[in-house]
Design a protein around this ligand. Sequence first.
Ligand code: C5P
Length: 236
Amino acid sequence: MRKPIIAIDGPSGAGKGTVARAVAHELGYHHVDSGAMYRAVGWKAVHDGVPLDDEEAVATLAGRSRIEVTATSVTIDEADVTRAIRTPEIDRAAAAVARLPKVRDVLVEGQRRLGAGGAIVMEGRDIGTVVFPRADVKIYLDASPEERARRRATDPAHSGGPAAIADVASALTARDEIDRTRQASPLYAAQDAVVIDTTGKSVTEVVEEAMQVIDEKLKGKRIWQEGSSRPRGRVD
Ligand code: C5P
């Protein structure tokens, strides 16, 4: 009996990482940050001097590299890039390589493999639209551009020195624009996704809202009855 797949999509700074991690913890599922894979490929391309618009070369690099994303670390070919991929330079490099269809093909295949067994919460931009169009639950998180910029500017996972919110806001807007308007798998909410606006809400509120959506969607499905061992209680 298949276990559920939960897709969480949305733009940067909408709270996907925090919420996906908390929901996965609450359900006892694996959490996969698909953005970390694009970041790792962007990092490696920069590191190896591969032009970010050379689709063949970047796709070959992606196909040859061993990328591992765990709850606490990201490695590519044994290099630990957990922190190195959270910089403004790699923000841009990841968005650049993510535009390339052949690179996406490689990473989407890997993401589908990771999700094949279910019991997974995967976050990204195209998880509900392309990677798992038949995901059991699709959530699209959004927030106002100001709030997203503020969160990103104060996110300790993102290095690169203290950043002015105005600078972060313009970089974020530029990256959003690339993600939303690219030809290959642009960012948008799947037609059957539940949209949660996280503006002005606490993490606890958003996680509770997401858990309600998940409970509602999985209620009555046999996969839920069979697979459920979900501990009750809040994640604070
Ligand atoms: O989520 P995060 O900001 O770490 O993602 C980095 C970049 O990877 C995004 O700007 C986006 O271009 C790309 N991405 C994507 N599809 C995904 C996840 C991330 O195109 N499923």
